[in-house]
Design a protein around this ligand. Structure first.
Ligand code: HEM
Length: 456
């Protein structure tokens, strides 16, 4: 039976009744797409080839020697949950449109990729999403990147060894344009956090029956069809069985000091005191630092981080319409827009990101998020989220303002904030909070099937 990308039922990947096409899909899909791969330690390599035969040989070698399939990854996750048997490192490969051309595919060929965003490449999409001009990007990203290689694991050693081996195998004709290093950060509860100190990565579209089964689903259905992230791999031996995913990579620098000052200023301007003060930041993000959705509670609350909620019945008096998680997933609509986020934090910190230390002790740069996400359409998912939701001050309700975390573009309107949680009274209009996240560069890639890579 052909793989049905629109099937609303999550995939029972380990079912004995799985049909041959779906099995072949899982055996040829890269890991980290259907389900997040552990990448507490992460290295990201950006490569440029320059010789068709050598570029192909290198990718084929990495794919054959080091890459596992989605199915192997899922089996490893199960073995770890059961016998605590550690898995093998994750190696993922993405190819840019320039990369496909350098691997010998013609311009005509590359048109078989349906996504115009991908065919343009990120540099030509700057104006659409209000990104900084390319001249302001870091050097690595100003260059023409052909491929990205992700290496991730729970431990540092295996990542470093794999990186050294793969870099050592690069042909003479190729150039290593840049390397990023990601490292997971956790709060005392053990939840993954980002540099502003907030729990991150909790809300994800889920595609697998065993993951969906673990989630309460009274209000929010976390199950999504494969079509949210998978598309047929046009150059694979059998596109009906071999799938890939569009991959967006963006290096987003965070000015933590400025963000922490903004939290304090907003709390002061609203007269928030004591346990109510953290609500200022929660209104910017849509969740408290511990992950509690501000639409559910006026103050942070213990316990596991909730994801079974919607914004129904919240007219902005609890979670403002601008709140990052409300902008990027309004929940009552736009399910087809949701991407599978696979980001990781970068940069060294000497302070504790989750504690209450004063803003002046926080880094003003050199730390941030390596934002990564899988899409079946860069235009309809990543770009739409950034452009039509985050950067749009009138999304859902006129005068809502930009997404305070990732919104880009002139923040030239004034906004109001609820004075008390769930009460209609609004503050005096005040300027929007300043932008504290700056895009430093990025690219669009396609993560092809293993069948494609191994046949190069
Ligand atoms: C969720 C932070 C960039 C889209 C979140 C959450 C945090 C966060 C703290 C809540 C955790 C969760 O619900 O999983 C950040 C920071 C960013 C950043 C600090 C930049 C430095 C982006 C970008 C996009 C994005 C660039 C897309 C254009 C989302 C989405 C969710 C989310 C879709 C899940 C919302 C939901 O399903 O409830 N982010 N984010 N984020 N973010 Fe971001």
């Amino acid at each position: 039976m052909p793989v049905d990308l629109n099937n609303a039922q999550p995939l029972a990947w380990d079912s004995a009744a799985l049909d041959a096409d779906t099995k072949a899909m899982l055996d040829n899909l890269q890991p980290n797409i259907l389900r997040a791969h552990v990448r507490e330690y992460l290295t990201v390599l950006f490569v440029r080839f320059n010789d068709v035969a050598e570029g192909k040989r290198f990718l084929r070698h990495v794919a054959t020697k080091h890459m596992k399939s989605a199915r192997k990854h899922l089996e490893e996750v199960r073995a770890f949950a059961g016998e605590r048997r550690p898995g093998t490192p994750y190696v993922g490969i993405g190819i840019s449109k320039a990369g496909y051309r350098d691997l010998g595919h013609t311009v005509e060929d590359v048109r078989r990729f349906g996504d115009k965003g991908f065919r343009d490449g990120m540099k030509r999409r700057v104006a659409l999403v209000d990104d900084p001009p390319v001249e302001q990007w870091e050097n690595t990203y100003q260059r023409e990147i052909h491929a990205v290689i992700l290496i991730g694991d729970a431990r540092k050693g295996p990542v470093e060894r794999m990186r050294d081996e793969i870099v050592g195998d690069l042909p003479e004709s190729a150039r290593l344009l840049g390397v990023e290093t990601g490292k997971g950060m956790r709060n005392p509860a053990g939840d993954g956090i980002e540099h502003f100190g907030y729990v991150d990565g909790r809300s994800q579209p889920l595609f697998l029956a065993d993951e969906v089964a673990q989630e309460p689903k009274e209000h929010w259905n976390p199950a999504f069809p494969l079509g949210n992230i998978l598309v047929a791999d046009p150059f694979s031996p059998n596109p009906a069985r071999h799938f890939g995913s569009y991959f967006v990579f963006r290096k987003l620098e965070q000015n933590v000091r400025a963000f922490k000052e903004i939290e304090q200023d907003l709390a002061d301007s609203l007269g928030l005191t004591g346990g109510d003060r953290p609500r200022a930041g929660a209104m910017l993000v849509g969740r408290f630092k511990d992950g509690t959705p501000v639409t559910m509670r006026a103050t942070a609350g213990g316990g596991p981080v909730v994801n079974d909620f919607t914004f129904d019945g919240d007219d902005g008096a609890k979670c403002p319409f601008s709140g990052h998680v409300r902008k990027t997933n309004p929940r009552s609509f736009g399910r087809n827009v949701l991407m599978a986020r696979r980001g990781q934090t970068y940069g060294e910190r000497t302070d504790e990101p989750w504690d209450e230390s004063p803003p002046e002790t926080r880094p003003a740069g050199d730390v941030g998020l390596l934002f990564m996400a899988f899409n079946s359409s860069l235009i309809d998912q990543f770009e739409f989220t950034q452009q039509s939701w985050a950067n749009n001050p009138n999304f859902q309700v006129d005068g809502t303002g930009h997404d305070p975390v990732i919104g880009q573009g002139a923040r030239d309107i004034k906004v109001t904030w609820p004075k008390a949680w769930g009460e209609p009274a609004q503050s005096e209009p005040q300027p929007q909070v300043a932008q504290t996240v700056t895009m430093r560069g990025g690219e669009y890639f396609f993560m092809p099937s293993l069948a494609y890579l191994r046949n190069l």
